[in-house]
Design a binder for this molecule. Structure first.
Ligand code: KIV
Ligand code: ZN
Length: 522
């Protein structure tokens, strides 16, 4: 049977990053983009450049570094969005614009306040405008699955006639079910003959847990591209999971005559890397990449697996990159072994980043007997998530117990500036946070605090994630250490640094806009 190629469009860095608490720094995004490139993803949606300076700069940097995948930027049907996307992707070897506007009755009425006619006009005008900059344009009618069928056809027709080269059908709210979605895709293929000359893509959300099933139904009905995210992260319940979709095609070759470019042996590493970059923990029972996915507990199952793995395993762990190499590093491992480990995971660091990572590794190896792969990912994630010019925890001392209020003394460093402060709190972590606040002179509201042990054993590292509300906005921060109070302090400071970084970025935007105006006037 001849197999049809399905393009994998990864939106981990755009829709995925819209997951609550998933935001990444620019360097973390670049690292993830390079992992996606090495995994064989066809298209990488790197961000929504007009939405913030950080998004813009991340897309710019990814466009410079990634050469073996098409770089995609999201834009509304607004000229300023298209301009920003073009500016951000100027240096990309192969670039594509992803333009969208909502089309369903509920979005037209309550979100856009636009008539059908106005929407058709906006689509036509903006695609034609974007055509000056881009050869490849993907157009998405947002909430397509709740859009009237005849209007959806009209929208697709206008988009293609105006120059769209890919039509993407988003199930924005994860509402459709496989049979219905399959019928929708077939009806598009039947009613829009020109669709056979371009790509027909789908973008499924997981609100009913059907994103992968709907995407599979769509490719069987004629879709040629699927939009996915690593670990299925994304708005609300997430998007179609890359690893689940790819492995379904891989395992059920007999039923699904498709191929993708994905190197499946990289699936596990990319999943673990994203987990440590975002701090979004993979559920143990997650298919393909969860900790339990290849564990067999019941005696009868174990017996079967010992005799023949196929009794209870439909995927070989090695196929997805699990259990092939687990070279554990330790106190005696030198720079060479550490470098080899990074090479194995395709992690590329600058010399400065490497030195920092290695010295962090040595500190951890001094405290732990074995440094496992999860520890390595954590080290890399924290190096990439640091703000070199930000605040650092230089020293801390905490007293706690049940006889006196917990108190903390901290010294915070920024460049040559060192500030000391002491404070109390309801518990040792609250006391440290209060001491940091008074040292830096900031007021925050702690909205979320999560702690998670990475790896096994009593000497496992603690990874802490916090979300702080500072002023009107929220800032996520992450920290890790074998000492959970230090991990908490690092996460807290990381969030404050993120806040300061966005203030700095906003100043740069204002300055650039002023310069632009001066140039336009002169
Ligand atoms: O879910 C959605 O509709 C989207 C669009 C921007 C494609 O993410
Ligand atoms: Zn989406």
């Amino acid at each position: 049977m001849k197999k049809r190629k399905i393009k994998i469009f990864d939106t981990t860095l755009r829709d995925g990053e819209q997951s609550p608490g998933a935001s990444m720094s620019i360097t973390q995004k670049v690292e993830m983009a390079m992992m996606l490139e090495s995994m064989g993803v066809d298209r990488i949606e790197a961000g929504f450049p007009v939405s913030s300076e950080v998004q813009f700069r991340a897309v710019e940097e990814i466009s410079r570094k990634v050469k073996n995948a098409t770089i995609v930027s999201l834009a509304r049907c607004v000229k300023g969005d298209i301009d920003a996307a073009y500016e951000a992707m100027k240096e990309a070897e192969d670039k594509m614009l992803h333009l969208f506007i909502a089309t369903s009755p509920i979005h037209r009425k309550y979100k856009l306040g636009m008539s059908k006619k106005e929407i058709l006009k906006a689509i036509g005008e903006n695609i034609r405008y974007a055509k000056y900059y881009f050869d490849k344009i993907e157009f998405s009618p947002e909430d397509a699955t709740r859009t009237e069928r005849d209007f959806l056809f009209e929208v697709i027709d206008v988009a293609i006639r105006s120059g769209a080269t890919i039509i993407n059908i988003p199930d924005t709210v994860g509402y459709t079910i496989p049979e219905e979605f399959s019928e929708l895709i077939k009806s598009i293929v039947r009613n829009i003959p020109k669709i056979s000359e371009i790509d027909l893509s789908v973008h499924c959300h997981n609100d009913l847990g059907l994103a992968v099933a709907n995407s599979l139904a769509a490719v069987s009905s004629g879709a040629t591209q699927v939009e996915v995210t690593v670990n299925g992260i994304g708005e609300r319940a997430g998007n179609c999971s890359l690893e689940e979709f790819v492995m379904a095609i891989n395992v059920r070759k007999d039923y699904l005559p498709f191929i993708t470019n994905i190197k499946t042996e990289k699936l596990y590493n990319s999943s673990k890397l994203l987990e440590s970059l975002t701090g979004l923990i993979i559920p143990r029972n997650k298919p393909v990449v969860g900790e339990n996915a290849f564990l067999h507990e019941a005696g009868i199952h174990q017996h079967g697996v010992i005799n023949n793995r196929n009794t209870y395993e439909i995927i070989k762990p090695e196929q997805v990159g699990r259990g092939t190499e687990n070279l554990v590093l330790g106190r005696h491992s030198g720079k060479h072994s550490f470098k080899e480990k990074l090479k194995h995971y395709n992690i590329k660091l600058s010399q400065e980043q490497f030195n920092k990572a290695f010295s962090k590794f040595q500190k951890i190896a001094d405290k732990k007997k074995e440094v496992c792969d999860e520890d390595i990912f954590l080290i890399i994630s924290s190096i990439l998530g640091q703000y070199p010019d930000g605040y650092k925890l230089d020293y801390f001392d905490v007293k706690t117990g049940n006889s006196a209020p917990p108190s903390a003394k901290v010294r915070i460093k920024k460049g040559k500036d060192k500030r000391m402060s002491t404070n109390t709190g309801n518990g040792p972590i609250d006391a440290v946070f209060n001491a940091i606040d008074s040292a830096i002179g900031i007021k925050t509201k702690l909205e979320n605090y999560i702690i998670h042990g990475v790896g096994a054993g009593r000497d496992a590292q603690g990874q802490v994630k916090v979300v702080l509300k500072i002023g009107e906005n929220r800032y996520a921060g992450r920290g890790d250490s074998t000492d959970i109070i230090e991990a908490s302090a690092n996460a807290y400071i990381n969030a404050i640094n993120r806040y300061n970084f966005s203030l700095e970025a906003a100043k740069v935007i204002r300055k650039n806009n002023r310069m632009k105006k001066i140039k336009e006037v002169s």
